[in-house]
Design a protein around this ligand. Structure first.
Ligand SMILES: [Fe+2]
Ligand SMILES: [Fe+2]
Length: 302
């Protein structure tokens, strides 16, 4: 269980982070000095985070659309404002990840094909086959998985120790804002759409199995573009899956955070933001430099 998982109190919920949209941030992502394998000079680790980036622009547009479908039914002015700020944050994330994905395109990754598939899945199939509440429940579940990764990855300093500071800063900023708005889709789902426990949790259960396959398919395509032979790819997967799922690996320490979603009476602010959140915020407010803020967040990790 994440060390930062604490039971909620009225005070904790009242004092959670504000949702602050931040625009015109420059991570120097077009700099040719950024190494291809920017994370620990490791193809598997890098391509895992790269694959996530390829999904963000369409995925976040889907999140925005799913939440805004309920906008007219929201009567609470605070929640209405949070939906606006959530929308602005996600739109910025999409924009910056598109810039990053252009970099991947220059490496030969077929971003257009990934985008086309996402368009088909999220804006054609999901619109035809799912109800608005189901789409919102998927959004809420994916927002929980995102905030889980953001909170748990950035509190472990060793994980991103040998990463390029510019790409790490992009993920640090994204992580900060994901944590700030982590309850918005959930609040609309539970307070406005009034989804039952089942409607909230079945999509989470299905996504837990479906989402990793999507990421794995993209990673494997990237490894092919990178020139790895079949046997080399098998080696990468064997080593990488161990890194994912070994005790103390990438995902095992996130288990408690993940499971909490299924608890009756759960609310995202029962899980507080990462302890280093304040370091990012203070540095960004002082310098206006998202790379310095990313370095501060990393330095403050355990
Ligand atoms: Fe986002
Ligand atoms: Fe989000």
């Amino acid at each position: 269980m994440s060390r930062d998982m604490k039971p909620t109190t009225a005070k904790a919920e009242a004092s959670h982070a504000a949702i602050v949209p931040r625009e015109h941030l420059d991570f120097d992502l077009d700099n040719p000095d950024i190494p291809k394998y920017w994370m620990d000079n490791d193809a598997f680790k890098t391509r895992f985070f790269d694959a996530m980036s390829t999904l963000f622009p369409q995925g976040e547009r889907f999140f925005i659309t799913s939440v805004r479908e309920f906008r007219d039914q929201i009567t609470d002015p605070k929640l209405l404002q949070e939906v606006k700020d959530f929308t602005r944050q996600e739109a910025q994330h999409s924009m910056v990840h598109r810039q990053y994905n252009d970099r991947l395109k220059r490496q030969g990754i077929d971003i257009d094909d990934i985008t086309r598939r996402m368009e088909e899945d999220l804006f054609q199939e999901a619109q035809k086959m799912l109800t608005p509440v189901q789409r919102l429940a998927i959004t809420s579940a994916l927002e929980h998985l995102t905030s889980m990764m953001c909170t748990c990855f950035f509190e472990r300093k060793e994980l991103l120790e040998k990463s390029d500071p510019r790409v790490r800063a992009m993920y640090a900023w994204h992580a900060i804002e994901e944590v700030e708005h982590k309850a918005v889709a959930f609040d609309v789902l539970t307070q406005v759409a009034k989804a039952s426990w089942w409607r909230r949790n079945i999509p989470m259960f299905l996504i837990t199995f479906g989402f990793p396959f999507t990421v794995a398919r993209i990673m494997n395509a990237m490894f092919k573009v990178d020139g790895f032979s079949f046997m080399q790819r098998m080696g990468l997967w064997a080593k990488g899956l161990w890194w994912f799922y070994k005790p103390g690996g990438l995902f095992m320490p996130t288990l408690g955070y993940y499971i909490s979603y299924y608890k009756p009476g759960f609310h995202p602010w029962q899980l507080k933001e990462m302890p280093s959140y304040g370091s990012w915020l203070q540095t960004f407010e002082r310098t206006g430099d998202p790379i310095a803020a990313g370095n501060a967040l990393h330095a403050a990790g355990a």
